[in-house]
Design a protein around this ligand. Structure first.
Ligand code: PXL
Length: 280
């Protein structure tokens, strides 16, 4: 069985980061090892959340794993909360990258043209250099624009604007850049990818659901890296993850008791498992 290590916070309530990554990766039939970077009572869209920094645990955990000669088929980082955590991830990549495994970075920092609380331009600059080490990065347009210091356009951008951003992202050093949440009309939303080695683009769109929920990026990324580890090509893994995210949003909209803070991805897990059974 393949093994992913995922490094991100655990928000005890909120259905994001590790509370999404663990169940989604497990449902993919892949072992999930974790390094929790912080523990929050709830994600940062809640008022008054508590925060316990776990940065000091990262090095001892990594050192122990080195002694145990542990290997990972994928290293997947999500929400990182400080410069020091990014430095430590840089070191972790050096220690655990092999010829056969992949580094998958979701540079979680913001959405809709704005950074989440606690992040600034310097943070985005440092994240950009971390992304240079990755095999796959999956920023949304906001995160990409901050990392490239590029003008953010909310609506009405052209394909050339997106292609230029993707090529510049690969210019940071990563092999594949994937932009999420790309839309050229009112009815579709999707992903646009660029592979540096083959110099090729690909696009995939799903129906645009008129609602925006927290944690959908984590649902997408966890499913994408899980599907990749199940042996799907990057293109198929991204399609599967995008479809699973839409199923999660639809399940949320059907639920009259839904919470405001996350999506009902749990109810879409059977869909994901079935897709992987049929496609891998
Ligand atoms: O879903 C991304 C995410 C992860 N972790 C924390 C967050 C957020 C988004 O706001 O606050 C703590």
């Amino acid at each position: 069985m393949k093994r992913i290590v995922t490094v991100q916070d655990i928000s005890c309530i909120g259905k994001c980061s590790l509370t999404v990554a663990l169940p989604v990766i497990s449902a993919c039939g892949i072992e999930a090892a974790v390094i929790p970077t912080a523990m929050l009572s709830a994600h940062t869209a809640f008022n008054g959340f508590t925060f316990c920094d776990l940065t000091d645990e990262i090095t001892p955990v990594a050192e122990h794993w080195k002694k145990e000669r542990l290997k990972f088929d994928a290293i997947y980082t999500g929400y990182l909360g400080s410069f020091r955590q990014m430095e430590l991830m840089d070191k972790f990549f050096t220690d655990f990258k092999t010829e056969d495994n992949i580094i998958f970075i979701d540079p979680v920092m913001g959405d809709h043209g704005r950074l989440y609380p606690g992040f600034n331009q310097d943070f985005a600059d440092r994240m950009a250099s971390l992304c240079g080490k990755a095999d796959v990065i999956v920023p949304n347009l906001t995160e990409a624009c901050f990392m490239l210091r590029e003008e953010y356009i909310e609506n009405g951008y052209t394909k050339d604007y997106i292609k230029n951003i993707l090529m510049r992202l690969c210019g940071l050093g990563c092999k594949n850049a994937v932009l999420t949440g790309v839309s050229f009309n009112d009815s579709e939303l999707g992903i646009f990818c660029y592979n540096k080695d083959s110099d090729t683009f690909s696009e995939y769109y799903t129906e645009k659901v008129s609602a925006s929920f927290h944690g959908t990026g984590d649902v997408f990324s966890s499913a994408a890296v899980g599907a990749l580890m199940r042996g799907l090509s990057l293109e198929s893994a991204l399609k599967t993850a995008a479809d699973f995210t839409v199923e999660s949003i639809k399940a949320t909209l059907r639920d009259t008791d839904r919470t405001w803070y996350g999506v009902n991805f749990e109810q879409a897990l059977p869909y994901l498992i079935n897709e992987l059974k049929n496609n891998s």
